[in-house]
Design a protein around this ligand. Structure first.
Ligand SMILES: [Zn+2]
Length: 384
């Protein structure tokens, strides 16, 4: 395998090599070649030598690290009623952000125009020029075709199927690369990067207005051939064949256990709620009906998750989204452990995600960085 500068950067960026000595050991390249590679990476600003030195066997070594402030990322996390927009450093730390109301049922053209306007404002407020960006990422609450970056028959995004999201946003960003991801996939990547980097298999169940699962295997998002992997919201659950879902089907999990379903049940009780966002606010305010109905939704989600867990035998299962809360976790836990074989859950950690709504933002940054600083991309950049 050729060890170009991009391959050396990959070792440093993933924390596998922290000194020149590590790079020598891991690549088998000569010290002279490695000096050249590191000089190229240092000159391009992609890595920095640490100010701190460590003494090993009497020799002082300077540590090497990926330069998280060499450029910035611009990300947008779209949910059914709101979109959060942020400028981040390359580690995913938020430099400036804003949230706008933009119901997805207004259609992609209008929603993306509003997002583009907010992006421009957040860029300006953070003193960021489009030329300071290494890339941009946007997440959608629906499946995204991995080949084209376009929404792929999204059940809760009416009018978005096949829409050219990348082209729409790129027009206002001076050609900065734009990536599109499913929101649960992005949140799973964000949590993985922040707290579970050593974990080989992680799932994040996002329960907001809809329900979706992001899967990270060996540090990579697993999206499936059409971007539909983990879209568990439209699995039929036998107990409620009559419940009509937004996808047009009947008896879907999302029809009985999503934030939208809980909001409808709350409204019937006289508590006003329209979407996952509202249910989340009621849960935080300690509303007892919201807590009881969310726990009940959790039991139904846990029934479907038992199949997911048997299929993947994951090390970590996290719960995220607007409804992520103690009642949701307890409902999922109850059904999941009751219905799974002990072997499938023996070494599994099930808990709430630790980043909350920052998970999607961190995951989108990670996606942009993985794309722009992959070994191949960096070898191409530094060769030209
Ligand atoms: Zn459905």
């Amino acid at each position: 395998m050729p060890h170009g500068p991009g391959d050396v950067l990959d070792l440093i960026r993933h924390g596998r090599a922290q000194t020149r000595g590590d790079v020598v050991r891991m690549t088998g390249l000569s010290r002279m070649t490695i000096s050249q590679r590191l000089a190229d990476l240092l000159a391009s600003g992609m890595i920095v030598e640490g100010g701190t030195t460590e003494a090993t066997g009497g020799r002082r070594r300077r540590s090497l690290a990926f330069n998280n402030s060499q450029s910035r990322a611009l990300v947008a996390a779209v949910d059914t009623t709101h979109t959060r927009i942020a400028v981040t450093d390359l580690a995913g730390a938020v430099i400036a952000d804003d949230e706008i109301e933009a119901p997805v049922h207004d259609g992609p053209s209008s929603v993306l125009d509003r997002i583009a306007a907010c992006m421009a404002a957040v860029l300006e407020r953070s003193g960021t020029q489009p030329s300071d960006l290494c890339g941009s990422g946007i997440s959608l609450p629906g499946p995204v075709d991995p080949a084209t970056g376009r929404p792929s028959q999204p059940p809760i995004l009416p009018g978005w199927d096949g829409y050219p999201v990348i082209e729409h946003l790129q027009a206002g960003l001076s050609g900065v690369p734009v990536l599109v991801a499913n929101d649960a996939d992005a949140a799973a990547l964000g949590e993985h990067a922040a707290g579970y980097a050593g974990t080989t298999s992680l799932c994040l169940v996002k329960v907001s207005t809809g329900i979706g699962t992001g899967i990270v295997i060996n540090g990579q998002s697993y999206t499936g051939v059409d971007g539909g992997a983990g879209d568990i919201g439209h699995v039929r659950v036998s107990s409620r064949q009559d419940a009509l879902c937004q996808c047009g089907g009947r008896g879907c999990l999302a029809a009985v256990a999503s934030g939208r379903a809980v909001a409808r049940e709350l409204t019937a009780l006289g508590v006003s709620a329209a979407a996952g966002h509202d249910v989340g606010a009621l849960l935080r305010a300690g509303n007892a009906d919201a807590a009881r109905l969310t726990q009940q939704a959790g039991r139904r989600i846990g029934e479907v998750m038992a199949t997911v867990v048997c299929l993947l035998n994951p090390e970590v299962v996290l719960i995220g989204g607007d409804l992520a809360s103690a009642p949701l976790l307890s409902g999922i836990r109850e059904a999941l452990y009751r219905l799974s074989l002990p072997r499938a859950t023996r070494h599994m950690t099930l808990q709430l995600g630790s980043l909350g709504e920052d998970a999607t933002v961190a995951g989108l940054t990670r996606l942009v960085v993985d794309h722009e600083f992959s070994a191949e991309a960096v070898n191409r950049k530094l060769r030209s």
